[in-house]
Design a protein around this ligand. Structure first.
Ligand code: M6R
Length: 367
């Protein structure tokens, strides 16, 4: 049932061209120039009149939520807040019936997310679910929602569910933006055609980085720390890259917005510190170039995720992972794939049980 792969995690990483496609199936209708999502459309007034959207989630799903914030604010211009479900539920949050609360959960069973939703519901908010598991508890208590349709995810480390969540959030942002007039037709059309081609780009990245990430992984099996840096849409992608590494390889890893480096983490950088930096051309590239210069001046080992044909960052980096060029909003989907592979191979070479990491459960049904 692992389809010839050594672990579910690797199988699920490789399923992403298909799972992202499945997430868009029947929803993204490029020829007709529309995004069809009944869950949104049936409640469009709620979204249109919302004072703000609050996204609640845990772990990887929370990282997807952060990217959702960038997407929805950029394209639909609706204010978004993203909260850890566990913090939200215990801090007496201000919630009104003018709020839309979106819960993101692969399993649909996460205890904190469920409890936070119940609280929001009690206070009269409209609650929307983005779940992978059909008919799960969260899917059942929400007023409406969209399933990610990524298929069963068995590996404890979330991979294909994450990229499916990003795909749904992208669809929601574009749909809301188109509807409320913040996203003009020409830009909408060009974005949706680009989105349709993302599965192909994931496929390409899998082919071009599979061997490369194995080779890079071999050089880091004895590392004790990692930093992951990114800016804009790729800041949450850096958080997610770090989470993947720590949960399956047990190497300590931290994700940071690249500019925050000089407010603390830079003190950690020396020749023993590997730094994964996500540096696509369309995301504050010049700023990232100076971040890499600062790291190299301190002899940090740079593993850079860059666009094909990149020169400046590549010239300074110790290891270069190329990904195809995309609009900035799609880059976390594509950039996450080699980071999943890198974490996977580092863990495998360290002899860790990647599908069932110690101390972790696939769904966290206790708080
Ligand atoms: O099922 P959920 O999406 O609600 O799960 C949330 C987290 O427990 C989950 O993403 C966890 O962080 C994963 N192990 C990450 O790979």
């Amino acid at each position: 049932e692992k389809g010839g792969y050594e672990h579910f995690m690797l199988k699920e990483i490789f399923e992403q061209p298909k799972s992202v496609h499945d997430t868009m199936r029947g929803r993204l209708l490029v020829d007709e120039g529309i995004i069809k999502m009944a869950g949104i459309w049936d409640h469009i007034e709620k979204f249109k009149n919302a004072n703000r959207i609050i996204i609640i989630a845990c772990g990887t799903s929370w990282h997807a939520g952060l990217i959702g914030e960038y997407l929805i604010e950029e394209y639909a211009r609706i204010p978004v807040e993203v909260e850890y479900a566990s913090e939200f539920r215990y801090r007496n949050p201000i919630i009104t019936d003018k709020d839309v609360v979106i819960a993101i959960s692969q399993s649909g069973e996460t205890a904190d997310t469920m409890a936070a939703l119940k609280l929001a519901k009690e206070k009269g908010a409209f609650i929307y679910g983005i779940c992978n598991v059909v008919d799960s508890s969260i899917a059942r208590i929400t007023d409406a929602g969209s399933y990610t349709h990524a298929g069963p995810e068995i590996g404890v480390a979330s991979t294909k569910a994450f990229t499916a969540q990003l795909t749904i959030l992208t669809l929601i942002a574009f749909k809301l933006g188109k509807h409320n007039g913040n996203l003009g037709n020409a830009e909408f059309m060009s974005l949706i055609s680009e989105l349709e081609a993302i599965p192909k780009k994931i496929e390409e990245v899998l082919n071009t980085t599979h061997e490369l990430t194995q080779n890079i992984a071999k050089d880091f099996i004895n590392a004790t720390n990692f930093l992951y840096l990114g800016r804009g849409y790729n800041y949450p992608a850096a958080l997610e890259g770090a989470l993947k590494l720590k949960e399956i390889s047990y190497i300590h890893a931290e994700g940071y917005p690249a500019a925050e480096m000089k407010h603390g983490p830079i003190a950690l950088i020396d020749e023993n510190m590997p730094i994964v930096i996500i540096a696509p051309k369309k995301g504050h590239y010049d700023k990232i170039v100076s971040n890499v210069q600062e790291i190299k001046a301190r002899k940090g080992k740079v593993i850079a995720v860059v666009n094909k044909g990149d020169e400046q960052v590549s010239a300074m980096a110790d290891y270069v992972i190329e990904i195809p060029v995309t609009s900035e909003c799609f880059s976390p989907i594509v950039a996450s794939v080699p980071l999943q592979l890198l974490a996977y191979y580092i863990a495998v070479y360290r002899g860790a049980n990647v599908d069932q990491p110690r101390n972790l459960a696939k769904s966290v049904t206790v708080e």
